[in-house]
Write a protein that binds this ligand. Structure first.
Ligand code: HEC
Length: 116
């Protein structure tokens, strides 16, 4: 390879690296272990599972309900942090408010649910 070719070769490599890097940064990286630990410590499994209906909807059902919706993360964040009124067997009650160390931990759980 002459100098010009070598230089083009390295520019191509660099471009691939940059594009690959920005795609990786865009995809929501979910910390699955942290999300599952948060579900456990909040006892969400009393009413939810990933794929079976309990008193609350399966996370898979919620994920498909919000699929492609731009406000999905915001909606679920609000759902988990503001104790909206829900109905179980005809009885109204407040949805459990999540206890988490910070907003980032709640958002990670929301993205875990949305990616089921
Ligand atoms: C006492 C039962 C109960 C507990 C405990 C509970 N949920 Fe729920 N949850 C429900 C019910 C019932 C609904 C359905 C509300 C509706 O559709 O009106 C629901 C809805 C949801 C939804 C869907 C909201 C939407 O906009 O579609 C998510 C996500 C969710 N819960 C997550 C959680 C998480 C995470 C926890 C633990 C912090 C939790 N829930 C604890 C009963 C419960």
């Amino acid at each position: 390879m002459n100098h010009a070719k070598i230089s083009r070769f390295f520019h191509a490599l660099l471009a691939v690296g940059l594009i690959g890097g920005s795609l990786a940064a865009q995809a929501q990286a979910v910390d699955v272990a942290a999300a599952e630990a948060l579900l456990l410590s909040n006892k969400c499994a009393k009413c939810h599972s990933v794929d079976k209906k309990k008193d609350g909807p399966a996370y898979k059902v919620t994920a498909s309900k919000y699929k492609g919706k731009a406000d999905a993360e915001a909606k679920l964040f609000t759902h988990l942090t503001t104790a909206p009124t829900i109905e179980i067997d005809g009885v109204k009650e407040e949805h459990q408010k999540i206890k988490a160390k910070d907003d980032a931990a709640v958002k990670n759980l929301v993205n875990y649910i949305l990616s089921r």
